[in-house]
Design a protein. Structure first.
Length: 366
């Protein structure tokens, strides 16, 4: 408001005058509030010499500029680490035109806001709009900077190549209060189809989203697979019964990775242990499991054991002859009842160490 009763308004006038205040030039309508005028306009001051009764009426111009209108549109909430710029026109778009804005931390505009173009903390700040008359208004502005979700990722333990890794397991990311999604790329644009059964080594990405604020965090997760051991199996040579075969011998697994531990089974699932791998007496397919004891990875390979049955040699003694006649042991009648397809050799002793050279013309009883 403006007071036209203040000394400065009539400074320079005669001393001792009595002043009265009016709304019209004829000084017939008294001004009710000369010490607190709230409206611009021309008012009138009557200065009277109380001794002579003479007076003068003079106009006085009062100017009360209207306050500027500062209308605030609170900026949209953002997710940290993004910031908010309070100086953008959209925040004060509905305010009076031509204002100059300053930015403050308090409603009395005593502490300036230095980072008003990049506000990084939720809170209430203040914008002061000043017009060319020097009049100003201060209005609050609410800023919301939502925090990023906290996401802690622990790389899963490496497993064997034949297994898979579950990225959705709680041990990988324990932030169950957030919505988790899984991706092949750091920008989370290519979704991982089967995060619960990842089968290839590499870096994948987990996105934790706060469904209330829409804020999210993306973190990498590294998946590793241990290679399967190299197990090479060479079938052992066939033997004749009653000989046995050992599949524990070095030659059966020669060429495999060094340091493997071998176990032996009767089935391909390696669930039924072979009781006598070093003395197998029956032909068949058995299974060798080679395990890398450091990684626990293993490979199961089949091994074929062949134990041939002995041939049946049935001898029909040849008829006796009179010397000087001889006997031919190679004639078919001698071995006619034996297994078919045999090749025969002839010997002087039961251990077949001394050959019988004249087996087609034996001339001595024996």
């Amino acid at each position: 408001t403006v007071s036209i009763t203040s000394i400065g308004v009539t400074t320079g006038s005669d001393s001792g005058l009595t002043y009265t205040y009016f709304t019209n030039a004829a000084a017939t309508t008294v001004l009710a509030n000369p010490s607190a005028i709230t409206t611009s306009g021309t008012y009138y001051i009557k200065g009277t010499n109380t001794t002579t009764g003479c007076f003068v009426i003079k106009p006085v111009v009062v100017t009360i500029n209207s306050l500027p209108s500062v209308v605030i549109t609170n900026p949209a909430a953002v997710c940290a680490p993004a910031t908010i710029d309070l100086s953008v026109s959209s925040v004060t778009v509905s305010s009076s035109a031509g204002l100059t804005y300053t930015y403050w931390r308090d409603a009395s505009a005593t502490t300036s806001l230095s980072n008003y173009t990049a506000v990084s903390a939720t809170g209430t700040y203040y914008i002061k709009g000043t017009n060319t008359n020097g009049c100003s208004s201060i209005q609050p502005v609410s800023v919301t900077v939502n925090l990023e979700p906290v996401l802690t990722v622990v790389n899963p333990t490496a497993v064997c190549a034949s297994s898979t890794i579950d990225l959705t397991a709680p041990a990988v990311s324990s932030n169950s209060t957030y919505s988790l999604s899984y991706y092949r790329d750091a920008s989370a644009s290519v979704q991982l189809v089967s995060p619960e059964a990842v089968s290839a080594s590499g870096t994948y990405y987990i996105k934790a989203t706060n469904t209330t604020t829409g804020c999210f965090t993306i973190k990498p997760v590294t998946v590793s697979f241990n290679p399967a051991p190299n197990v090479v199996v060479t079938n052992p040579p066939a033997v004749c019964s009653p000989a046995t075969v050992s599949i524990t011998s070095i030659g059966v697994t020669a060429g495999s990775d060094s340091g493997l531990t071998y176990t032996y089974f009767t089935n391909p699932g390696a669930t039924t242990v072979l009781s006598n791998p070093s003395a197998i007496a029956t032909s068949g397919t058995y299974y060798i499991k080679g395990t890398n004891t450091t990684t626990g990875c293993f490979v199961i390979k089949p091994v074929v054991v062949t134990i041939n049955a002995l041939p049946s040699v049935v001898i029909t003694n040849p008829a006796a002859v009179c010397a000087p006649a001889t006997i031919d042991l190679s004639v078919s009648s001698v071995t006619v009842s034996s297994s078919t397809g045999l090749t025969y050799t002839y010997w002087r002793d039961a251990s077949a160490t001394t050959s019988l050279s004249n087996y087609t013309a034996v001339s001595a009883t024996g």
